[in-house]
Design a protein around this ligand. Structure first.
Ligand code: SAM
Length: 213
């Protein structure tokens, strides 16, 4: 996914008002940046931002934060926001490993993980955004009744994720191995990867998880 040779993307991002710098300093204060206390939904590993920008346009009473590791990818999401005046979307360029330093307890209502990198080698399992290590990070700032919603076409990663939900002590609210032909298809907003892989005929898996508090 990493786009190379996008000249000046780091600089463009450094100056962009929708990209929040020194993100840890806003822990517990994200509502100040949005200027309201609407629910906050985040996408971790947002990529080029189609999913999140579309949701922001559709849901003006929800605040969205897109998190992406690479400037060269994030810049594509910023291009999609040009001229958008909804005021309900912000971005952070960071590695999600330190995400628990950025949000306070109960600060986030929903976490979207879409087509997360599979990290196929066993020794890299902890880097998967649906590993139990990541669920314990999400546990620190997701509201009690909040949800983690994960989509992928990668069946081994999906099966791993189903296991990790249980191992982390979370509960599967529902899941499907074929989202587009399921009861959850209605209102589904497609991501860039989802469009690409479903056009190739790959079924899309989706799960929703929460914990009992
Ligand atoms: N969610 C998008 C979609 O469905 O079209 C992009 C999917 S792409 C395969 C995964 C994205 O997650 C990449 O842009 C990658 O840079 C980002 N990513 C992977 N690990 C990350 C991490 N630890 N922190 C932040 N972003 C990450």
């Amino acid at each position: 996914m990493r786009l190379r040779n996008i000249k000046g993307s780091r600089e463009a991002i450094a100056e962009h008002p929708l990209v929040i710098k020194e993100e840890q300093t806003y822990k517990g204060r994200w509502y100040e940046l949005f200027g309201n206390d609407h629910p906050i939904h985040i996408e971790v590993g947002m990529g080029k931002g189609k999913f999140l920008t579309e949701l922001a346009g559709n849901n003006p009473d929800i605040n969205y934060i897109g998190i992406e590791k690479y400037s060269s990818v994030l810049i594509r999401a910023l291009e999609k926001c040009e001229g958008y005046e909804g005021g309900n979307i912000l971005f952070i360029r960071m590695d999600a490993e330190t995400i628990a330093d950025v949000f306070d307890k109960d600060e986030v209502d929903r976490i979207y993980l879409n087509f997360s990198d599979p990290w196929p080698k066993d020794r890299h399992a902890k880097r998967r955004l649906t590993s139990k290590e990541f669920f314990s990070r999400y546990d620190q700032f997701l509201k009690d009744d909040g949800r983690v919603i994960f989509k992928t076409d990668n069946r081994p990663l999906f099966d791993f994720s189903l296991e990790q939900v249980r191992e982390a002590g979370w509960i599967l609210e529902n899941y499907t191995y074929d989202l587009h032909h399921s009861e959850y298809a209605e209102g589904n907003v497609m991501t860039e990867y989802e469009e690409k892989f479903s056009a190739m005929g790959n079924p899309i898996c989706r799960l929703s998880a929460y914990r009992e508090k």
